[in-house]
Design a protein around this ligand. Structure first.
Ligand SMILES: [Zn+2]
Ligand SMILES: [Zn+2]
Length: 118
């Protein structure tokens, strides 16, 4: 009998702070690539790397983000990696010129402490 491969029941979110430095570096690089991607194809490819590295499924939005609380000076340190299409995601800063990625808070942070004071 052939060995069947089933889609694993993967999580939809991950925690950046729980990942190894090596994995974090892969995600950082992939997000940088997504930020600078010129085409949707390149963008989705980069997001695919983020999902694979984080061990989560690439959502149907093909768009993932790390919670901006991770790098905001007054953020709570949350490192959630989440589908940007989720309800409750808060944009804390729009993307820089010629860049694709806005800074986003995960729904939990957007609910608990929206928009860190700039
Ligand atoms: Zn968060
Ligand atoms: Zn937070």
């Amino acid at each position: 009998m052939a060995l069947m491969t089933h889609a694993r029941n993967q999580a939809h979110t991950a925690d950046y702070t729980q990942l190894s430095p090596t994995v974090q570096a892969v995600i950082d690089k992939a997000l940088t690539d997504a930020d600078a991607a010129d085409t949707g194809k390149d963008y989705v490819k980069a997001m695919g790397y983020v999902a694979t590295a984080a061990g989560i499924q690439l959502p149907t939005s093909k768009d993932l983000a790390v919670c901006s609380c991770l790098n905001d000076a007054d953020g709570c340190g949350c490192g959630a990696i989440f589908d940007t299409a989720l309800t409750g995601v808060v944009v804390t800063a729009t993307s820089d010129p010629d860049c694709n990625l806005s800074r986003l808070q995960c729904p939990t942070c957007g609910h608990d402490h929206p928009r860190p004071a700039a």
